[in-house]
Write a protein that binds this ligand. Structure first.
Ligand SMILES: O=P(O)(O)OC[C@H]1O[C@](O)(CO)[C@@H](O)[C@@H]1O
Length: 539
């Protein structure tokens, strides 16, 4: 039985250090150059982690922990294409999806980088045809509406990226994302769409996902009911999948299937054919710029020394907060309106990847793993959940993500946005003590002063991007992907399977009839009671 990382001397040393960690005020007082010592830059972004409650000793020991857990060799194994997804015996090669044209990558005797570029060429030719009005619907009109039907990794990535990159979008194309099996979702999107000019993109790695297939069937019926002849469905439906056979069986013409491969995990797949909606919306050039930005981060991750390696540093900060300071959650606050879906995207990336409780050898972990991640674009979050971040009894670290460039160009807005962002991390770090409150308000009774006190000492990081472009977005997402991987190595878990979603899926299949007559005796009384109550209401 492998020894748990939490039983290693280094882990104990880190715990001792955390127990005696000075406050942020003391840390800044002790090191006037703290910003310089606790910040790093790469790929057009700066990471300021000086407001994390970490000193140099802790940082050095965390780096030693990364080495002890063999982060470098495990990273290299992933990048080499070893089957590190051990429960599915698969390689994990989303990095190959962003290799520049002409580079080779051999897996099982095949140059898979060439396959990647051949699908990219297929995506380019199709997206160009749609964008240039050459791809025609069943009445000969060009496509004007694109509906991406997918869920999880087949929805969140393209959706997040299309919102972020909207300035590059083609203005005569509207784009919708349908994910929920709730019929209201697909109905709302179809209601305003014109079948003659609508393209349905069915995105599903497995092509077996109940939500996606149910929505795709409804969309197909809608198209046929509006007069699209069967043999013209090919002009309105394309599929993005590793399961080309199932897509064809669904009725999607084989030449309309954009394939990808099992070595690209669902939540790591927006760089593959799953990114078709991005290419349709902003163009193949922009999509490829996004891949280039991610590739730049891949090179940084592969080559930079651990002490300056942004994904490694961010992973270690997370491990420090979660495992040693006992701070279990992470709030993501992008100060950029177009990054509004980033928190949802990262929620899947982090929580589906590292929401695990057994090691790669199948032993129950005796430490905490993935953060509970949530967030909202700033400044909206400030007027919602930030109250708890400032004064709640639970301390929640925050990643602030902020962009220097002002592409909106409206007087006063960007200044106010950036000032708010910097003010929040300042308030969280330094707080406001009772003497300061008293100096402001006078000698009021304690019960009036105490609610106005901010304890401070709440850890945050700030990621400052030069600008939000396809390239920088690619780099930012790759940064978080690698961060998640490094954490999984430290926690000794497999970040690339997701067995936790399977049980609910199969139970839903068992209950699908919702028929109380089909209720099995062994069902619990709550499930039986709910089914009966539902039947009464349906009558
Ligand atoms: O692309 P598919 O196969 O439809 O799966 C959708 C999503 O379902 C999951 O398998 C489980 O939620 C995700 O990992 C994936 O992104």
């Amino acid at each position: 039985m492998a020894i748990s990382v939490s039983r290693t001397p280094l882990w104990c040393l880190l715990q001792q250090r955390a127990n005696n960690m000075p406050s942020l005020k003391e840390l800044f007082r002790a090191d006037p150059q703290r910003f310089t010592h606790f910040s790093a830059s790469a790929c057009g972004m700066l990471l300021d982690y000086s407001k994390q409650r970490m000193d140099t000793t802790a940082k050095l020991n965390l780096l030693a922990l990364a080495r002890q857990q063999e982060v470098e060799s495990r990273r290299d194994a992933m990048l080499r294409g070893e089957a590190i997804n051990n429960t599915e015996n698969r390689a994990v090669l989303h990095t190959v999806l962003r290799l520049p044209k002409g580079e080779k990558f051999m897996l099982n005797g095949e140059n898979i980088a060439a396959d990647v570029h051949s699908v990219l060429a297929q995506m380019r030719s199709f997206s160009d045809a749609v964008r240039e009005g050459r791809w025609l619907g069943y009445t000969g009109k060009p496509i004007r509406t694109i509906i991406n039907i997918g869920i999880g990794g087949s929805d969140l990535g393209p959706q997040m990226a299309c919102i972020a990159l909207a300035p590059w979008s083609q203005k005569n194309l509207s784009l919708h994302f349908v994910s929920n099996v709730d019929g209201r979702h697909v109905a709302d999107s179809l209601e305003n769409a014109d079948p003659e000019t609508t393209l349905i993109v069915v995105a599903s790695k497995t092509f077996t996902t109940m939500e996606t297939l149910t929505n795709a069937r409804t969309a197909r019926e809608w198209m046929l009911n509006h007069g699209c002849p069967e043999d013209q469905i090919r002009q309105h439906f394309v599929a993005l999948s590793t399961n080309v056979k199932a897509a064809a069986a669904f009725g999607i013409a084989e030449e309309n299937v954009f394939p990808f491969w099992n070595w690209a995990g669902g939540r790591y797949s927006m760089w593959s054919a799953i990114g078709l909606s991005i290419a349709l919306y902003v163009g193949a050039d922009r999509f490829e710029e996004m891949l280039a930005g991610a590739h730049e981060m891949d090179l940084h991750f592969a080559q930079a020394p651990l002490e300056q390696n942004l994904p490694v540093l961010m992973a270690l900060i997370g491990v420090w907060n979660i495992n040693f300071l006992g701070l279990q959650a992470l709030s993501i606050a992008p100060y950029h309106q177009r990054m509004t879906r980033l928190p949802a995207y990262l929620q899947q990336l982090e929580m589906e990847s590292n929401g695990k409780s057994v090691t790669r050898e199948g032993q129950r972990v005796d430490y905490t793993t993935s953060p509970i991640l949530f967030g909202e674009a700033g400044t909206n979050g400030q007027h919602a959940y930030f109250q708890l971040l400032h004064q709640g009894a639970t301390i929640i670290p925050t990643d602030f993500i902020v962009v220097a460039d002002d592409d909106a160009g409206l007087p006063g807005h960007n200044q106010a946005l950036l000032a708010n962002c910097f003010a929040q991390s300042k308030a969280m770090a330094w707080g406001k003590n009772i003497d300061e409150v008293r100096a402001e308000l006078g000698d009021l009774p304690e019960k009036m002063l105490a609610p106005r006190v901010f304890e401070g000492n709440r850890p945050t990081s700030t990621l400052l991007l030069d600008s939000l472009t396809p390239r920088s977005l690619g780099a930012l997402i790759a940064l978080y992907e690698h961060k998640v991987f490094v954490q999984s190595v430290i926690w000794d878990i497999n970040a690339f399977d997701q067995w936790g979603v399977e049980l609910g899926k199969s139970l839903a299949q068992q209950l699908i009839s919702l028929d109380p007559a089909a209720v099995k005796e062994e069902y619990d009384s709550s499930t039986k009671g709910l089914l009966k109550a539902l039947t009464k209401r349906h009558r």
